[in-house]
Design a protein around this ligand. Structure first.
Ligand SMILES: Cc1cc2nc3c(=O)[nH]c(=O)nc-3n(C[C@H](O)[C@H](O)[C@H](O)COP(=O)(O)OP(=O)(O)OC[C@H]3O[C@@H](n4cnc5c(N)ncnc54)[C@H](O)[C@@H]3O)c2cc1C
Length: 385
């Protein structure tokens, strides 16, 4: 029997890449407990990802990148998360956003080609800092309190962003800011300088190694051409599937841990390991059902997005559903895995309790459950005969 994690590998090229990433993930897994305990950013993991060429995974081939498909992104992100959820989620924002920029071309050409060249040559990374304490999740339409005020040749950006994943490592990032004189919100590309301060606020129960601190912008100058157009093709947000891929990867790690435990743990009143007990097999079956359902939807959505280029804007409900099912099922899988293992699952010396804390964060990455359900309901209500 092949491994469940390999189910969606389609060819030798994908297998080779997957094996390379799997080796990295195994090393990340060895460091994950310490970064989780300390709440520290895993700089060494990112050095290895850079060295392995992973940071250019989604960069267009014209700039020397691998131009990977969404299907492949999902498969590789699952593997990384199998080793360390925090590292996977954090790098997922980067490779996901580059995929998004590649398909929408929403940035001015010069800025996009500069970014791609910096990723390929120096391993630069990117993320968007849009969340704020007062506006909540940007996906719900809140207006940023960060402002952009007109200056000669550019803008002065002032405000404070929360949940700024990758903040310890980025030398450039995108922020959303409100422009009072235009009564509009725009994205700006910011290069880190002395007017940018990272306040180390990230102290959460899960995803502790993502470095998602607050970022304070104290009148940072952004030149005119760093105002990003925000236009370009609507790609339906397929790149956000890096999120469910991450949480499914964590769930697969929990599932494998529980299965190995069940196959080897034999209390002295039993003749064989607990895996022989019908009730444990029932639980394993439940994990499989949750995981296989989640992954079927996840890869179906990724494949449709890859293939149906013109249909991408209309795939939002499918993409949202894939995320909704994947994250909720992943939470259930980790829960069942812990029930199989029993009281030992609570031990800080085993990874299950970290998976339990990490997987929970998926509920608070976009699109949130109520947004997905609202989209599905709107679709149903707008159906025509
Ligand atoms: C690990 C992690 C990494 C992240 N990385 C980033 C990042 O790199 N960049 C970034 O910008 N953000 C990032 N985020 C932030 C994320 O996108 C959300 O902004 C954040 O989790 C807050 O979302 P929220 O739904 O709790 O916020 P809110 O929108 O404030 O919602 C809080 C609660 O209020 C209710 N609510 C609010 N508005 C509505 C509404 N309109 N309809 C229904 N209910 C509503 C809901 O019950 C919701 O649970 C990250 C989050 C996590 C957990």
């Amino acid at each position: 029997m092949g491994r469940i994690i390999d189910q969606y590998i389609r060819n030798a090229e994908e297998r080779a890449r997957a094996e390379k990433i799997e080796a990295l993930a195994a090393r990340f897994a060895e460091r994950a407990a310490e970064h989780d305990r300390e709440g520290s950013f895993p700089h060494e993991n990112f050095a290895e990802l850079r060295e392995a060429g992973y940071l250019k995974l989604t960069v267009p081939s014209e700039f020397g990148g691998d131009e990977a498909s969404l299907h492949e992104l999902v498969a590789l992100q699952e593997r990384l998360a199998y080793g360390d959820g925090s590292t996977a989620l954090a790098v997922g924002w980067h490779i996901g956003q580059v995929l998004h920029l590649r398909t929408t071309r929403k940035w001015p050409d010069r800025l996009f080609s500069e970014l791609c060249q910096a990723i390929v040559a120096d391993g630069a990374m990117i993320n968007t800092f849009a969340s704020e304490a007062a506006s909540g999740s940007p996906s719900r339409g809140g207006k940023p309190e960060t402002t952009a005020i007109r200056q000669d040749g550019g803008w002065l950006i002032t405000g404070r962003k929360t949940f700024s994943t990758l903040s310890p490592i980025l030398d450039r990032f995108v922020v959303t800011a409100y422009i009072p004189e235009e009564e509009t919100t725009a994205d700006f590309l910011i290069y880190k300088n002395e007017r940018v301060t990272i306040i180390e606020t990230w102290d959460t129960i899960g995803m502790r190694g993502t470095g998602s601190h607050d970022v304070v912008l104290n009148g940072v100058f952004a030149s005119d051409d760093s105002r990003l157009s925000g236009k370009g093709a609507d790609d339906g947000g397929g790149w956000l599937l890096h999120i469910p891929a991450c949480y499914v990867g964590i769930a697969m790690a929990a599932r494998d841990f529980a299965i190995n435990f069940a196959k080897t743990y034999r209390p002295n009143h039993l003749q064989g390991p607990i895996a022989e007990l019908p009730m444990v097999q029932q639980s394993i079956g439940q994990m499989e059902a949750e995981l296989r359902t989640a992954r079927s939807l996840l890869y179906a959505a990724a494949d449709r997005w890859d293939q149906e280029v013109d249909n991408r804007p209309f795939l939002k409900p499918e993409l949202g559903l894939a995320k909704y099912v994947a994250v909720n099922n992943a939470i259930k899988v980790v829960d069942i895995a812990m029930r199989i293992v029993g009281g030992a699952s609570l031990s800080k010396t085993l990874p299950l309790e970290r998976y339990y804390r990490d997987v929970r964060a998926g509920l608070h990455n976009p699109p949130m459950d109520n947004t997905v359900l609202h989209t599905l309901a709107a679709d149903a209500l707008n159906e025509t005969k």
